[in-house]
Ligand binder design. Structure first.
Ligand code: DX5
Ligand code: ZN
Length: 234
């Protein structure tokens, strides 16, 4: 069983042995960002998932440093920052200063992934790598020991509210087997189209962190939706 205790935020410690929920603020109402961050703080969610897009690696542009600084002023739970940007090395120290606990880069966006992951840890953050749906698991085979988190994209990144790609389930199972085979320690995160129809099976397959944007923020009762996602047992 994985230990979550070292995934501590600036003010909280994790001691749960269950899966984590990371609502994606991309689906929040940006006109009421403080309110929506506060909702996540008050809910059973574990992390704030923050999607950064550069209009180059992905077609869309989301938000940048001033907005993340504003989120940080209202957040005590860890910031799980997902960089969908080309050459993320340019901004590693900036995201450390912004208070990111986990910094996830895309394998497809890094020429020297080994160096990038080392730099993230050196900057005091947990190192994550995200894989697009088309990227095979063997792309990270040589860096397993450098990883604190592997994010399997269950949509093609760039937009919230897309349809979950069902083949992800088998990829989660294979990644969990790979982790065991190599005695690796990373958390498995799934991102994109996660909600009631797939959360249970993903957790059962080995997912440790569920990112949920639309399913939480577009729900009638977002706090209850987080509670439901947190309670699934697979
Ligand atoms: C997609 C982002 C996701 C997105 C998830 O590019 O990485 O984190 O916000 O949103 P939903 O849950 O709506 O697919
Ligand atoms: Zn994301």
């Amino acid at each position: 069983m994985l230990q979550y205790s070292d995934y501590h935020s600036r003010s909280h410690h994790f001691c749960t042995m269950t899966h984590l929920i990371a609502p994606s603020l991309l689906a929040a109402d940006f006109g009421h960002l403080a309110r929506d961050v506060q909702m996540v703080e008050s809910s059973q969610a574990d992390w704030h998932h923050i999607d950064v897009m550069d209009g180059l690696f992905v077609p869309n542009i989301s938000y940048g440093m001033p907005v993340i600084a504003a989120i940080g002023r209202h957040a005590n739970k860890p910031l799980d920052v997902h960089l969908m940007i080309q050459d993320p090395d340019r901004y590693i120290s900036t995201f450390a200063e912004l208070g990111a606990s986990v910094l996830t880069v895309h394998e497809e966006a890094c020429t020297h992934l080994h160096r990038t992951l080392a730099s993230i840890r050196e900057a005091g953050m947990k190192a994550g790598v995200a894989l697009n749906p088309h990227t095979p698991l063997h792309a990270i085979q040589e860096v397993l020991g450098q990883l604190d988190l592997v994010c399997l994209m269950s949509v093609n990144p760039g937009f919230g509210g897309q349809k979950y790609i069902p083949e992800t389930l088998n990829k989660v199972e294979r990644l969990a087997a790979m982790r065991q085979e190599h005695s690796a320690q990373f958390l498995i995160e799934v991102d994109g189209g996660v909600g009631r129809s797939n959360a249970g099976s993903l957790v059962q397959a080995g997912a440790d962190v569920l990112v949920a944007g639309s399913s939480v923020f577009k729900a009638q009762d977002p706090m209850a939706e987080v509670e439901w996602l947190k309670s699934v047992t697979g």
